[in-house]
Design a protein around this ligand. Structure first.
Ligand code: SAM
Length: 226
């Protein structure tokens, strides 16, 4: 898979791929990245890419031409173009899994007050929000989504079983987990975890995951309840 980032701040993004799991996956050619600074496509002599809103309203908007030219230069029929904006459906784990199967994803990172709507109408295959808050730019949203997507590409994680047990599988948050020491600041590990009966442990983990999900995310419909 290739991921292209259309951004005014490639240098803000590059360092995220310089270490840890994503850097190793890049080195193994499990995916590749490309940064396209759409300012370079501006025809303005000062390379401006923002204009005032037509019809009033605070702040400046990204003008359509530089982003359109950049998209024409870096996409083909296999590209899947995602515009990032808080005014869209929120990105979920199931989107991460679905998008991990794409050949080429292009994230368009906004700045200022966002995009001229016609750009989205013409070029977007999908419009996604990272969540119900407003960031100063789309770069963090693109990085967060990329991270969640890439770890679903086979070979990226050392232990792929961890993908099955994680939060949001079957709409459940992950159960509490423990490591050594058995006693930490007066608190014991749940005793059943130490006894080695794996079917009992997994039943208990399921119950704890259900309780945690009901507590933190009463909005979730738990599939498959025992
Ligand atoms: N005026 C816009 C609104 O109220 O919907 C917010 C613009 S925001 C200051 C600038 C850019 O940051 C957006 O174009 C988008 O690319 C990015 N951004 C901000 N919050 C985001 C979020 N929750 N999800 C995805 N992108 C976001």
């Amino acid at each position: 898979m290739k991921i292209t980032y259309l951004t005014l701040f490639p240098q803000l993004m590059e360092c995220y791929f310089s270490d840890s799991i994503l850097a190793r996956a890049l080195a193994k050619n499990l995916f590749s990245i490309e940064f396209v600074d759409f300012r370079k496509f501006s025809k303005d002599k000062h390379k401006k890419v923002d204009k005032q809103k037509v019809g009033g309203g605070a702040g400046m908007l990204l003008e359509p031409e530089p982003i359109a030219s950049a998209l024409k230069a870096c996409t083909d029929k296999n590209s899947w173009v995602i515009f990032l904006t808080p005014a869209a459906k929120p990105f979920k784990q199931k989107d991460a899994k679905r998008l991990a199967k794409k050949e080429h994803i292009v994230f368009v990172c906004g700045r200022y007050e966002g995009f001229d709507e016609r750009l989205i109408e013409i070029y977007a295959d999908e419009v996604l929000s990272l969540g119900d808050f407003v960031l100063t730019g789309g770069e963090l949203a693109a990085l967060a989504m990329s991270d969640a997507i890439v770890r679903n590409i086979p070979g990226v994680l050392g232990n792929e079983e961890s993908l099955q047990e994680e939060s949001f599988e079957k709409e459940l948050l992950e159960a509490p987990a423990f490591t050594k020491p058995n006693l930490f600041q007066g608190k014991h590990i749940v005793l059943e975890f130490l006894k080695g009966n794996h079917s009992k442990i997994s039943a208990l983990k399921y119950d704890m995951a259900v309780m945690r999900t009901r507590y933190y995310r009463p909005d979730k419909r738990i599939e498959d309840e025992k």
